[in-house]
Design a protein around this ligand. Structure first.
Ligand SMILES: Cc1ncc(C[n+]2csc(CCOP(=O)(O)OP(=O)(O)O)c2C)c(N)n1
Length: 336
């Protein structure tokens, strides 16, 4: 695939189809979420990942089932690529008790310990120290595991980002930092908020190896993630990838998008991860239109099943509302 930053890869047809299937699943799942949001089936906040699919899908290929993932509020794609059941993700969006966080987290807090998927975090930069803690635990317990932490470029302006990189490097922790740089933190362009907008260079300040990656190219993303994970597993400490990407939709469902031109969005859509990869696979003859059609059919069925699962799932009974809510001790008990 012509990227200007070529990596020679030998892509097996089955693997190519798998990558394409996962990206199309995320795209269609989120398009359905937008529809369900308008129908008020999904409430609260909703941040779509459309346009950025190559990042979650490419990186996830390099991780094993024992590795941990920490993500942001834009995490539906990561959860799907990690293999969380689509029905449980959708039920979580609906706020139903069968959701992955029992309906208590919603769109921004998809969580599943079985898949070592540690959120879904609503606080910008909040996942970074969690990832460092998970990696520290693995290191202390002698587990050969990697913790992969996804965050947006907006997090690079937060103190937690710098504290997390510093400790990960100081303690040689097995963390893969993935900055999904989509150019905007809500309505603020990166150039307006960062003194050095070259985010991959920030890693050098903490002696962490880094690479800038074309985040619209799933093959490039997978190759870079594999290089990084191999280095981390070989004991070379943390690693940092800055994936340059773009979100096609608004920041969230409440965003008039007054901060960017429609022409800019259209320009990026032309090099979108799904269209670019599928056109390249068709051109090379590795796949045919019939393969794409059958992926679309299979994905449509998965999404219909997920929505049906969420619709039929129960609400949490009212009497359970205070479960997991900590009651503060009576005033007398806290006196010295
Ligand atoms: C600590 C904190 N400050 C502010 C916010 C409000 N907020 C939500 S999303 C966002 C922008 C973050 O942008 P970025 O990290 O680039 O991720 P993106 O949304 O582009 O994926 C902000 C400022 C927040 N959630 N947490």
């Amino acid at each position: 695939m012509a990227t200007g930053n070529e990596t020679k890869v030998h892509l097996a047809r089955e693997h190519a189809l798998e990558l394409l299937q996962q990206m199309i699943l995320i795209r269609r799942f989120e398009e359905k979420c937008a529809e369900l949001y308008s129908a008020e089936k999904i409430r609260g906040f909703l941040h779509l990942y459309i346009g950025e699919e190559a990042n979650a899908v490419g990186v996830m290929q390099a991780l094993g089932p024992d590795d941990a993932i920490v993500a942001t509020y834009r995490e539906h794609g990561h959860a799907l690529a990690r293999g969380l059941p689509a029905g449980e993700i959708m039920a979580e969006m609906f706020g139903k008790a069968s959701g992955s966080s029992r309906g208590r987290g919603g769109s921004m807090h998809i969580f599943d310990a079985r898949h070592r998927f540690y959120g879904g975090n609503a606080i910008v930069g909040g996942g970074l120290p969690l990832a460092v803690g998970l990696a520290l635990a693995d290191k202390m317990q002698g587990n050969n595991r990697v913790t992969c932490c996804f965050f947006g470029e907006g997090a690079a302006a937060e103190g937690e980002f710098h504290e997390a990189l510093n400790l990960a490097s100081l303690w040689d922790l097995p963390v893969l930092f993935i900055c999904e740089n989509n150019g905007y933190a809500m309505g603020t362009a990166l150039e307006r908020s960062e003194s050095n907008p070259d985010i991959s260079q920030h890693a050098a300040a903490y002696s962490i190896a880094s690479e800038a990656v074309d985040g619209m190219n799933v093959v490039e993303v997978e190759a870079a993630a594999r290089r990084a994970v191999d280095a981390i597993r070989a004991g070379k400490g943390p690693w940092f990838l800055e994936n340059k990407t773009y979100r096609f939709r608004a920041h969230s469902m409440f965003d008039a998008e007054l901060y960017r031109d429609k022409a800019e969005v259209e320009k990026w859509k032309k090099i979108g991860p799904v269209i670019r990869f599928s056109e390249w696979l068709l051109e090379t003859g590795m796949i045919h239109q019939t393969d794409i059609d059958s992926i679309e059919r299979e994905v449509a069925q998965t999404i219909d099943d997920a929505v049906a699962f969420a619709e039929q799932a129960p609400w949490e009974p009212v009497e359970d509302l205070t479960r997991d809510v900590m009651t503060p001790p009576a005033r007398e008990e806290v006196r010295p």
